[in-house]
Design a protein around this ligand. Structure first.
Ligand code: TYM
Length: 333
């Protein structure tokens, strides 16, 4: 069976950027692509490239697992697992590091941006992060990888590494393709609409978290940066603030930009923002209800156990095969 794989890091606060850019898309795809086996995971090994407090890491891992299911991922359909519980990810990462070049990793935009922000030293893990991400993907021979725009370059690197390894080791890997949604692939910050809404942004006002209260949700939309023109028109270049809010509206309700423009023609931002606050709240309310039921349940543990078992089966076999192709250890009989 062909496969689809993706993951999210359990860092910071899961917000509507990650939700609309990736999670909501996974939920759609699980129904739209019945011929594919799905592997969706919590990328906790990626989270420790920058030091994390132990309890916080555990809490965020569980939170993300519960949110996956609360947002609509069907555990019968999707293998849901925690990356660090599958040893093959770290093993494969080393093997792929030996098939990647320092120059390639130095060109990664996220590395450049994150290392600029780091004051206390940059870990080797932050530098080799894209090779771990390539391992996640290549271990499962994923044909498609649904991600937001900011992960496109990492996906391209995973493809380059796969092609190189295929040339050296007799076509061992499936070449992965990114699946990037047409809209929603980049939801921007509410306070600086020219940069992406980010889990790790120090400014809480820049985002809406999936577990925010009704009051906060409405407040964040109300205070979102727009411009002084006061008309609801989609123009991401010249009017990034209102266009970003329209994107959120569009992805949640499926209303086209032209229909949104017509609906709010002649009105100011007030009505538009009030409606959007309601739309976001209504979208998140059932997710929050399911989340609180699930987060400390045995059901969630059972789902993760089942996912771990299947992921281990596939991944350990693949890493074993790659070891053999490289010539590591004794020849298999
Ligand atoms: P992460 O945890 O930063 O983000 C998870 C997913 O959400 C998307 N995303 C967004 N999309 C639209 N607008 C935004 N503001 C926004 N913020 C985040 C990201 O593009 C991503 O798809 N390295 C990855 C996790 C990962 C992974 C993988 C993904 C690890 N291994 C293998 C795919 C395949 C990351 O840090 O994503």
């Amino acid at each position: 069976m062909k496969r689809i794989l993706s993951g999210i890091k359990p860092t910071g606060s899961l917000n509507i950027g990650t939700y609309l850019g990736s999670l909501k898309n996974f939920v759609k795809l699980q129904d739209k692509m019945p011929d594919y086996e799905f592997f969706i995971f919590i990328a906790d090994l990626h989270a420790i490239t920058i030091y994390k407090d132990k309890q916080e890491l555990r809490d965020k891992t569980k939170e993300l697992a519960a949110l996956y299911v609360a947002c609509g991922l069907n555990p019968e359909r999707v293998n849901l697992f925690i990356q660090s519980e599958i040893p093959a990810h770290s093993q494969m990462a080393y093997l792929l590091q030996c098939n990647s070049y320092v120059g390639e990793l130095e060109r990664m935009i996220q590395y450049k941006e994150k290392s600029k922000k780091q004051e206390t030293g940059i870990t080797v893990g932050l530098f080799t992060y894209p090779t771990l991400m390539a391992s996640d993907i290549l271990l499962y021979d994923a044909e498609f990888v649904p991600v937001g725009k900011d992960q496109k370059q990492h996906l391209e690197l995973a493809r380059d590494i796969a092609v190189r390894a295929n040339n050296r080791y007799n076509n061992i890997f499936t070449i992965p393709n990114p699946l990037i949604a047409e809209v929603g692939a980049k939801i921007n910050s509410l306070t600086d609409p020219t940069s992406k809404m980010d889990k790790s942004d120090d400014n809480d006002k820049s985002r809406i978290n999936l577990l925010d209260s009704e009051n906060i949700i409405r407040k964040r939309i109300k205070s979102a940066v727009t411009d002084s023109l006061g008309t609801v028109k989609y123009d991401p270049e010249k009017r990034p603030g209102v266009s970003n809010l329209m994107t959120i509206y569009n992805v949640i309700t499926n209303t086209s930009f032209t229909d949104i423009e017509e609906k709010y023609d002649g009105m100011g931002y007030k009505e538009f923002k009030e409606d959007l606050g309601e739309i976001v709240f209504q979208e998140l309310k059932p997710i929050q209800e399911r989340y609180y039921k699930l987060v400390n349940s045995k059901e969630l543990d059972d789902i993760l156990d089942k996912g771990r078992e299947r992921a281990n089966q596939v991944a350990s076999k693949k890493v074993f095969k790659f070891n053999d192709r490289i010539g590591l250890g004794r020849k298999r009989k």
